[in-house]
Ligand binder design. Structure first.
Ligand code: NAD
Length: 366
């Protein structure tokens, strides 16, 4: 199979981690007989430096012509970089918002996995973390409170601010279908999170999700209120498989879930539209503080590439090969600096590697 992949190396550590992901994808291609066709485009600060804007129309057209997009990260030091003296619509992040909108990416997927080997980084009590967890947060990305009408006005001498939370049944149905499709590739359980005891939008959410569930008889559906879900994530995270939720709840819960893994350099993400197309990127930023030093952890980007194989290309065996390689390398004791134990005494049983060496090891294990 030929895979047309547009890559956005971006800024900071972006080019370093994307290089390692390409290396691992090439190893997958060689092993399973696929041709990886990579085309790079500029976005963020890298594009501002060359074109004066964070994303050109040509770059968008190139991204649209691909099967999937793999991104590093964009942005610089927000206090010292000259990019942040520009108007907000010309700053690096504007490129990201523009590409999400142009590609109609409405479903955001963020896995939160606790690897046995990194369990000591988990901030939860051992009696909870020992069960491990492997969940996928599916967040609606283009509707709800962040996109509703808003205004601030003075009424009777007092300032009043209003934000509106709107969801149509079509918006709910399309994300619910994505959520159930993803659950079918996993442990076949969906926890739909809402606030149906208070909000009309949540009551509609619950109704439509329940309707969609009828087409997925193998998947178990449960509904959970968002406040309870926030508690359950730290009390019993092992219970979750796919968490399906709206924009703001997903924003908050996905950050909570990623914190309980304790390892920012390990967290992948994907944003999908209603075809197989997706944009895959690590959850972390461009880490300008460590850029160019060959010490960044490329695993989040490499696991994002595995998600790309699974969700945009239906190449499950190939995605498994990458995920197994990550487990293997961790088991063998290789660590980038961010996932090295803090404790000096414990460090002696691990081998410190840089970004390139981690990429080489993963490519070999694939
Ligand atoms: P960050 O995630 O870049 O860094 C936070 C801390 O984590 C830093 O100490 C960094 O060194 C470390 N870190 C992050 N990724 C790492 C990795 N792979 N390996 C080892 N250590 C890693 O967050 P920040 O410093 O708040 O943001 C830096 C820039 O990134 C900003 O311009 C911000 O706007 C941008 N950003 C971009 C995206 C994106 O492109 N989607 C997302 C978040 C932040």
């Amino acid at each position: 199979m030929k895979l047309n992949i547009v890559c956005i190396p971006g800024d900071g550590i972006g080019p370093e981690i994307v290089n390692e992901a390409k290396k691992v994808l090439d190893a997958v291609g060689a092993k399973f007989g696929h041709e990886m066709d990579f085309t790079d485009i500029l976005m963020g600060g890298a594009s501002i430096d060359v074109h004066g804007v964070p994303l050109t129309d040509e770059a968008i057209a190139t991204a649209k012509s691909a099967d999937a997009v793999l991104m590093g990260s964009i942005g610089g030091n927000t206090t010292t970089s000259p990019w942040y003296k520009l108007a907000p619509n010309l700053r690096p992040e504007a490129g990201l918002l523009k590409i999400r909108k142009e590609l109609n990416l409405f479903a955001n997927l963020r896995p939160a996995v606790l690897y046995d080997e990194l369990a000591s980084a988990c901030p939860l009590k051992e009696e909870i973390s020992k069960a491990g967890f492997d969940m996928m947060i599916m967040r609606e990305l283009t509707g709800g409170l962040y996109f509703g009408e808003r205004k601030t006005e003075e009424i009777d001498g007092k300032m009043v601010a209003v934000d509106t939370l709107t969801y149509s049944e079509d918006e709910i149905r399309r994300i619910a279908i994505k959520g159930f499709d993803i659950a079918m590739k996993r442990r076949k359980k969906v926890t739909s999170v809402d606030k149906a005891n208070v909000l009309d939008s949540s009551r509609l959410w619950r109704k439509i999700v329940t309707e969609v569930a009828k087409d997925y008889s193998e998947v178990t559906l449960e509904h959970m209120l968002v406040d309870n879900c926030a508690m359950q994530l730290v009390k019993d995270p092992a219970q979750f498989d796919v968490i399906l939720t709206e924009n703001m709840f997903g924003d908050i819960l996905s950050d909570e879930a990623s914190m309980v893994t304790g390892s920012i350099g390990m967290l992948a993400s994907a944003s999908l539209n209603d075809t197989k197309f997706g944009l895959y990127e690590p959850s972390h930023g461009s880490a300008p503080d460590i850029a160019g030093k060959d010490i960044a952890n490329p695993i989040a980007t490499i696991l994002s590439a595995a998600m790309m194989l699974r969700y945009s290309f239906d190449l499950d065996k190939e995605a498994d090969a990458i995920e197994n390689a990550v487990s293997m390398v961790l088991k063998e004791g290789y660590r980038t600096i961010d996932i090295m134990p803090q404790d000096e005494a414990q460090r002696s049983s691990f081998t410190l590697v840089g970004c390139k060496q981690m990429g080489d090891l993963l490519a070999q294990r694939v």
